[in-house]
Design a protein around this ligand. Structure first.
Ligand code: SF4
Length: 495
């Protein structure tokens, strides 16, 4: 079936001071109208990518069916006329913020799932994460005659599968994935099977669920809850599961490695109602706040979250410190697509459109503001201005993650290193730059303690990926290093 065109849509204009969530993937195997469940699952994963979404379904009558749309899931996959294009008992989808390939305005060619026809049948594939050697693989493939349709790193996997000499799609996928480096949680679908696979370090999440006799693969458990599915287990780091009818095979195609799950999933990316590694994300964030109150107490009258992501940590800070919790900042839930093409004047209002200070609560008070992270610092400065203008006596920032000093190469969009405030300023310098009374971040050990490791970070063998805080990259970011060498060479005078 063909898909109708949808208009290009700009990315959200007011959220440029956060690390951008990566992507969400969701698959349903073995239930009538599987695509309807996928649409609901993607809706629950919308926080992982708001630029575009796609669903592929398979039915014996119509074969593979694809709809890709730019924009929110709720606007793209609620009409019956669209869902009628996606019949069948198996379907999978992807919601996207571009972390590789074209950024900003999305072209439909970049939207996943990708689809390819192999000699043994078709295969759809969707990927959360980022391949760190995609540039060099792409160059080699192009040299050998591959013709790429998009700039997505995921397409490298498809071309590598096409070149494999194995007889089955799962075996071709294993061949391909052994050649790529980076972070990947992948869902793939053939005529008869659904496949879920995580990279050897398990940087990005992927869970398995059960809905009656159907199987579900999802980035997060909150997207199992939305359809009433049961959580079965996490796909293990380095594991490939192949779902075929009622059976699941588990394969381990990669060399074993110590897992390094992304610790930022606990801090910010995952939804607070998801469960990771058997621990509720909400509870972890609450414990981060309590840890922060012990490490960096403040003399204040109220503790306020910067909504929504700072809320559980602010509750934890308040419970531990005994300082009353209050909603000193209110989030406008409906800002976003109201302003499709903001003028410069509206863009300048930025934070004010999204957040409003609750003057009656903060006036005359010493306020502790709890946020999940500081990236560029532009939002923190504006909030400080607004809260002082509303009459707060003092403003203390407490941050539920260590200073973000390094870019992520594993599926999270971070600004260049020069734009990260903590990359070139000490904590004191940042405090002065923001013009606040005090600024403290949770320590890396404190964050590990809150994530369930009482002895903190094991520096010899860290339990998580924490590269954006520590600069310790568990997977060599080879493309990025090559690019920075090229940039350096371009700026060096010729000898
Ligand atoms: S660098 Fe940071 S955001 Fe990226 S995977 Fe590692 S911990 Fe997560």
């Amino acid at each position: 079936m063909t898909e109708p065109e949808s208009p290009a849509w700009p990315s959200h204009p007011f959220d440029d001071d956060k690390l951008r969530e990566e992507c969400g993937v969701y698959g349903v195997f073995g239930v009538d109208d599987a695509a309807n469940y996928v649409a609901l699952g993607l809706h629950a994963l919308q926080h992982r990518g708001q630029e575009a979404a796609g669903i592929v379904s398979y039915s014996a009558e119509t074969g593979f069916n694809t709809v890709h749309r730019v924009g929110y899931v709720r606007d793209s996959f609620t009409k019956q006329s669209v869902m009628n294009l996606l019949p069948g008992r198996s379907a999978m989808g992807h919601t996207r913020y571009s972390t590789a390939g074209a950024k900003g305005v999305t072209s439909l060619r970049e939207v996943q799932p990708l689809y390819a026809d192999f000699a043994m049948g078709g295969c759809a594939i969707a990927h959360n994460g980022n391949l760190t050697n995609a540039d060099s693989i792409r160059r080699q493939l192009i040299d050998r005659g591959s013709i790429f349709q998009s700039s997505a790193d995921t397409e490298c996997i498809v071309h590598l599968m096409a070149r494999s000499i194995q007889n089955t799609i799962p075996d071709r996928m294993k061949d391909a994935l052994r050649l790529v480096e980076g972070a990947f949680s992948i869902i793939a679908m053939t005529r008869t099977k659904m496949i879920g696979v995580r990279d050897p370090l398990g940087v990005r999440p992927l869970v398995l669920g059960r809905y009656g006799t159907a199987w579900i693969l999802s980035s997060e458990t909150c997207a199992l809850d939305i359809i009433g599915a049961e959580y079965v287990r996490e796909i293990e780091p380095g594991e490939m599961v192949i779902i075929n009818g009622n059976t699941i095979e588990s394969h381990h195609p990669f060399e074993a490695a110590a897992p390094r799950f992304c610790i930022f999933e606990y801090v910010y990316f995952s939804r607070p109602d998801s469960v990771i590694g058997g621990i509720s994300v909400y509870e972890t964030r609450r414990r981060i706040g309590a840890e922060l109150a012990r490490e960096a107490p403040a003399k204040a009258d109220i503790v306020c979250p910067i909504p929504d992501s700072g809320t559980p940590a602010a509750i934890g800070f308040s419970q531990e410190s005994g300082i009353p919790y209050a909603m000193g900042i209110i989030r406008n839930q409906y800002v976003g697509r109201t302003f499709i093409e903001p003028t410069d004047q509206i863009r300048d209002m930025g934070v004010r459109l999204k957040l409003n200070i609750n003057r009656a609560i903060v006036e005359g008070k010493r306020v502790v503001l709890v946020d999940d992270s500081v990236v560029r610092g532009t939002t923190s400065r504006k909030i400080k201005d607004m809260i002082l203008a509303a009459g707060a006596a003092e403003v203390h920032f407490r941050i539920a993650s260590p200073p973000t000093r390094w870019p992520c190469f594993y599926g999270v969009d971070t600004p260049e290193r020069e734009k990260l405030l903590a990359a070139h300023m000490s904590e004191d310098e940042m405090c002065a730059h923001l013009g606040i009374d005090s600024l403290r971040f949770i320590s890396l050990d404190g964050l590990y303690r809150a994530c369930g490791h009482p002895a903190g970070r094991n520096n010899q063998a860290p339990q998580y990926c924490d590269a954006c805080f520590s600069g310790n990259y568990p997977i060599e970011p080879s493309d990025a290093r090559a690019r920075s060498k090229v940039r350096q060479a371009e700026h060096e005078p010729a000898k």
